[in-house]
Structures are given as structure tokens and as C-alpha cells.
Design a protein. Structure first.
Length: 264
């Protein structure tokens, strides 16, 4: 794995909705090598009293333009500081980091499940799957319609609107997205048109439930786990994940893991 440290000028930094922001930066070396599911470790300028970087999943990487998109939700001091950055300023990125999605060879049909900003690390995956001719069924869940910020991008790639749910019932299914996942797996079993692969990213309770559903259906499933981390390159052991094979580092052994390997 080759890591690059790039000073990345900001091109776009704007709110998409519900305190979820999109930042686009120039990072040609990272954009050229990024694989679906990897992330960048971001150093935010103007935070000398907070030296740790922020790990952000790669939402999109445009190799021709040399740009990287990152989606982030404002949750604390660091992400709030990010909203104050303007085009022309730069962030420092280390990346692309980590083990990304590893789709089984010969897969023909995939189910992709995203909760909240978990839609970002999954977007490059659906681009890759559709380019390879894999049929993709996507499920997006969010708190409210304005938080379904990736819906139009997903629709643009898939050619159809993904199945959506909102906790408050303002769009799609009212409630959590797990009934949509259960329905998709049941329909696949009943029709004999089975899924070969399930990928999920979002809140950990959602990933645990989807992993259980996939295991019951006999479908290989991967999840992308979020952990606080310091170095981001495998040295500090601050982001460990309990697996059936012992403790693994989310930054370099993950963030994507086979769901059956995770000790939930």
C-alpha cells in the first residue's frame, strides 16, 4: 500500500443538508490510487491545539480531474472547524488508507446498505460494481429527507432511485431501513435471483443487524467499521477491532471487514 501526503487545495466546501457537508479537494496522487472503501486522514489547518487528524471515507475520486470528495457530518470541534474553511485554503491528507471492499469474484448481484453518512464510502463501490456489470440494489436510510444527501448521486449511477427510509417518515419507508433490507433478501430468496454480496456502512447497530440478516440468508457480507484513531497508518494501535482472529487495526486491516469475522 502506497501512502501519499498531499497538501490539498479546497475547491468546494458546502453544506448538503442536516449538518452534512461536502468537501472537494485537489489531491491527484490520492485520487489516482484510491480504491472503493478506503479513506483519507485529514489534518485541519488552524487547529494547533488539536493535533490528531480526522479519518474521512472517500466519497468520490476523480482520477482525470485529480480530485477527492469527502462527506462529513458536524459532530464536534474538528468538523465544525472544517465548515469554516473556504476554497483556496488547503487541508493536508494522508491516503489512500486501508483495506477497501473486496467483492467476490464472479458476483452478479449485490445489495448495498447505507445508514446516514455511511452512504459516502459505499458510493465508489456502486460505481465500480455497475461498471463491472453487477446488478446493484441499494438501500439508504437517514433521519429525515434532508439527510438523504447522496440519494441523487446514487440514482445517477444506478439509473433508478434507491430504496429509502427515513426515521421521521418524510421520505420512503417510515422507520429504520432494516425492513427494506429484509424485504430485498426475502424477495431474492423467493425468486431464486439471489444476492452474491452484501456491503453495509452506517451506525454499528445497523451493521450488526444487516450482518445477521446476510448470514442467515447465506450471503457473504462486508462492513466498514468506524473507529477513533491517532496515527491512521497502523502504528499506534488505538483503533483496534475485536475479530475472531484477534485484534485487528481498523486503519490498515480495515476499515472494511468480512462481517462474520467481527466480534459484535
Amino acid at each position: 500500500m502506497t501512502l501519499y501526503n498531499e497538501s490539498a487545495p479546497i475547491l468546494v466546501n458546502e453544506e448538503m443538508g442536516c449538518n452534512i457537508w461536502l468537501m472537494t479537494v485537489e489531491a491527484p496522487r490520492i485520487a489516482a490510487d484510491a480504491r472503493p472503501g478506503q479513506f483519507v486522514h485529514v489534518r485541519i489547518p488552524g487547529m494547533d491545539d488539536h493535533i490528531l487528524r480526522r479519518p474521512l471515507g472517500i466519497y468520490a475520486a476523480d482520477k482525470e480531474a485529480g480530485t477527492v470528495d469527502m462527506m462529513y457530518q458536524v459532530l464536534g470541534y474538528g468538523t465544525d472547524r472544517m465548515t469554516q474553511l473556504v476554497p483556496g485554503e488547503a487541508v493536508e491528507l494522508i491516503g489512500p488508507v486501508g483495506r477497501g471492499w473486496e467483492v467476490p469474484e464472479g458476483a452478479k448481484r449485490a445489495l448495498v446498505v447505507a445508514g446516514g453518512v455511511g452512504s459516502a464510502p459505499l458510493f465508489p463501490l456502486i460505481e465500480d460494481l455497475t461498471e463491472r456489470g453487477v446488478e446493484v440494489h441499494a438501500v439508504l436510510g437517514a433521519s429525515t429527507v434532508d439527510a438523504l444527501v447522496a440519494r441523487e448521486r446514487y440514482e445517477g449511477v444506478l439509473g433508478t432511485c434507491p430504496a429509502c427510509s427515513t426515521d421521521d417518515g418524510t421520505y420512503g419507508h417510515a422507520g429504520f431501513c432494516t425492513p427494506l433490507v429484509e424485504a430485498a433478501l426475502s424477495e431474492a430468496a423467493e425468486s431464486g435471483n439471489y444476492f452474491d454480496y452484501v456491503a453495509c456502512c452506517g451506525p454499528e447497530p445497523l451493521m450488526r443487524l444487516v450482518a445477521s440478516m446476510a448470514e442467515e440468508a447465506g450471503v457473504f457480507c462486508e462492513v466498514s467499521l468506524e473507529r477513533r484513531m491517532a496515527c491512521g497508518v497502523g502504528a499506534c494501535l488505538s483503533c483496534v477491532v475485536d475479530t475472531v482472529d484477534g485484534k485487528k487495526r481498523a486503519c490498515v486491516d480495515g476499515p472494511v471487514f468480512p462481517s462474520t469475522s467481527v466480534v459484535w
